[in-house]
Ligand binder design. Sequence first.
Ligand code: ZN
Length: 294
Amino acid sequence: MLALVAGVAVATDVVFATLFRTQTHEAPLRLLLLVGEVLAGVSVAAAAFRWRYRLSLVAAVLSFVLVAGTGAWIGANSPRLTWFGQMVSHGNRHVRTVALTFDDGPNASTTLRVRDILDAHGVKGTFFSVGKAVDARPDITRALLDDGQLLANHSYHHDYVRWLDPWYHELAHAQTAIEREVHTCPAFFRPPHGQHTPLMALAVHKRHMTMVGWDVSAGDFATTNANLVARRVLGRVRPGSVIDLHDGLDGRVDVDRPVLVRALPMILDGLDKKGLKVVRLDALLHRSGYLPSC
Ligand SMILES: [Zn+2]
């Protein structure tokens, strides 16, 4: 009987571990999945050979916890996976439009330069703004709105902890700040670092908002090489892509972001050459960018 239970456990673990492995390239996570599979194997072997039933049970439980926990972490941290609730990461793949999205601003030195570059190319972007930065520099956010750029919600504090808040107060906190400062209510929300939970998805759904991830990231927050950023974006972009760039860092208003200012003209020229038209996120997704009220 125990051998049968262990057999089912190992089969289930291996199926899920394989599924989870297809969704991550991170070596530590892949190693954890492998350890889970080895433990499942130990469980079956111990039971089948009447070796040690207690060992079999412990190995099965450990294997299950490890594989399930790793899978949950992968699902929660992915900007594309919808295991934990609805999240949009791209538009129609058959239409040659893309959206440029800018996270973590407004930023004192960069945001309005980004606006000017977009305007010089005759396109508009979508700015996932951090509530505390909007409170610090409402003038920049107001200038974006006046210019016809789309404003969206990217939490209030942009930290590494509050995404686990079961009620996810960050969403309402940022909406309140944006409404107070510029009298508008964004309909799009992007979780900081892409980290999300089913409860966060529920909070977003309750407010009739849309949770948005991305399908193209260039890691522009971690390099000063503008050529590399442009090359990555242009190498990964497809029709319908949502491109994730950063005009700020974690909502810190005074941090300098020259890499984006240098990369953006190259990105815009490259997209133009590929015949990909840049539109705001509301046009890409065919959904209203603002709510009638918060
Ligand atoms: Zn962010």
